[in-house]
Design a protein around this ligand. Structure first.
Ligand SMILES: [Cu+2]
Length: 512
């Protein structure tokens, strides 16, 4: 009896201890979850003292060869920059300590860029949004070794637009871009030059390269936080490498060329007072007509040109607002969708120069409408790979016939945000989930946001030269996803021609 009652007592004690342990665990998990959840959003609204004048990347110098080729020089180099005064951050840059100069060329011009790699690692320089031969594209097959050189050349054959350049070494793109390798490449053409648009570079036509960043003392902290499978999400933003930036405005109308050069973060740009602005251009150039908007969403790699009207003496802040289209509360929270940032303050002078009204008609879209599509392809986006296949440098995934139009359907069932970028072409977004796309997706695009549970349908035309041995890339532009294998390769061939074998795979090849 004593034994039994003693056994019961012990059982009771065990049960009590067990339930206490379970209770503590539940509380810990719940508390931990609540802590993670509430700690997951970042908000810098109202917390940015706009104390630093916005740096404007210099226009790259160039020379013109006898045959008319415009020649630029870009050198990748290591350095350090004082983002915060007195604190030297180790950085990489083109021709300088961080980011690179703005290259500028006209439609019809031949260009050559002499790349020198002054780093102790191999890298590449990719011309994002540029229509050019595959061997000049600067993808992972055009590696430039440490101390190496590469001089791609091509003819500009596309409308005026805001493009950019950045490294594309397979598996290391996130790191190389985060350290500071990125710059703008602006294209001009006769039609756009004839339009009454603000076009004084750095004055009323301002490059706005937005990156999110986290500092650990003087150094960058590029760590991915727990549960952030989107990639790196910084705790503040900078523009053109300037923290807490302001831009003085001396004209009634100011044009901002917005580039999301962040590695994983999606922004929904608008202004602190919710004022309207005119969207005039997307990735691949000017829209047909300006569109009045109060928000424009940009995922990594995307661009938008907007024109904002200012009144004398007033201030407004370019802000990124919370977003609700990430495909679920969890993903919204942990992929940065709940975050807000004060990005750039615009300060109007007491007296402003008059600006002409915006033209009613802007550009002509040169992207196909899908009616002549010769082929349809499907791309399923998953973290583990596109169409269930992780990137393989030696495998050609798709073979495209030169001179044809295709329709590409891209679907994200992955439960986390992705986007989709195609090299060499600009495309038209025909549909988003079966419906007409919003205004910011109605122009020429080379990158499109594809959040969870979303299908986009794209039409593109492949006009470039055939090269069965040198692939172009298509990939998620959330850079850690791309590095992790969310990338595939296509070649453009003549009708009836077969794909060859990729050359220059990996390694540090020099192309002189
Ligand atoms: Cu992705």
């Amino acid at each position: 009896m004593t034994k039994t009652s003693g056994g019961r007592g012990r059982l009771k004690r065990v049960l009590i201890i067990f339930s206490v342990v379970v209770g503590v665990l539940v509380a810990a998990v719940g508390g931990g979850f609540a802590w993670l959840w509430t700690g997951a959003d970042v908000n810098t609204v109202g917390k940015e003292p706009f104390t630093n004048r916005l740096a404007v990347p210099p226009l790259a110098e160039s020379t013109v060869e006898k045959d008319g080729t415009r020649v630029f020089d870009l050198r990748m180099q290591a350095g350090e920059k004082e983002f915060k005064s007195g604190r030297k951050t180790p950085t990489w840059g083109f021709n300088g300590d961080y980011l690179g100069p703005t290259l500028r060329a006209e439609r019809g011009e031949k260009v050559k860029v002499r790349i020198a790699n002054g780093l102790d690692e191999a890298s590449t320089v990719h011309w994002h949004g540029m229509h050019l031969p595959a061997a000049m594209d600067g993808g992972p097959h055009q590696m430039v070794g440490p101390g190496g050189k590469w001089a791609p050349r091509w003819k500009i054959d596309q409308p005026a637009s805001t493009l950019w350049y950045h490294p594309h070494p397979h598996g290391q793109t996130e790191q190389h871009v985060q350290r500071g390798l990125a710059g703008m490449f602006l294209l001009d053409d006769e039609k756009s030059a004839a339009l009454d648009l603000p076009d004084a570079y750095g004055v009323n036509d301002v490059p706005v390269i937005v990156q999110d960043v986290t500092f650990d003392g003087a150094k960058f902290d590029h760590g991915h936080d727990f549960l952030r499978n989107t990639g790196f999400l910084g705790d503040r933003t900078m523009v053109n490498g300037t923290l807490n930036p302001y831009q003085e405005v001396g004209d009634e109308l100011v044009r901002l060329r917005l580039l999301n050069a962040s590695t994983a973060r999606v922004y929904d740009f608008g202004f602190s007072d919710d004022r309207d602005f005119a969207l005039i251009g997307t990735d691949g150039g000017l829209l047909e007509k300006p569109a009045a908007m109060d928000r424009v969403q940009l995922s990594p790699g995307e661009r938008a040109e907007i024109v904002v009207r200012m009144k004398p003496g007033e201030k407004t802040v370019l802000r990124s607002f919370p977003q609700d289209n990430y495909g679920g509360a969890w993903q919204t929270r942990f992929s940065g969708g709940a975050d807000s940032f004060d990005v750039l303050e615009l300060r109007a002078k007491q007296s402003l120069r008059d600006s002409p009204e915006l033209p009613v008609q802007l550009g002509e879209l040169e992207v196909p409408d899908g009616s002549e599509s010769a082929k349809e392809r499907f791309f399923g986006l998953k973290m583990s790979g596109i169409n269930e296949r992780p990137m393989d440098m030696d495998r050609i995934d798709e073979v495209v016939t030169r001179g044809t139009t295709e329709t590409w359907t891209v679907r994200n069932d992955d439960g986390m945000p992705h986007n989709f970028h195609v090299h060499d072409v600009q495309f038209r977004v025909l549909e988003v989930n079966g419906e007409q796309p919003p205004p910011e997706l109605r122009g020429a695009k080379d990158t499109v946001f594809v959040p969870g549970a979303t299908t986009v349908k794209l039409a593109m035309r492949f006009d470039g030269p055939a090269d069965p041995d040198t692939p172009y890339m298509y990939h998620c532009h959330l850079l850690s996803h791309e590095d992790g294998g969310m990338m595939g390769q296509f070649v453009v061939v003549e009708k009836g021609q077969k794909a060859g074998k990729p050359t220059g795979s990996g390694g540090a090849h020099d192309h002189h």
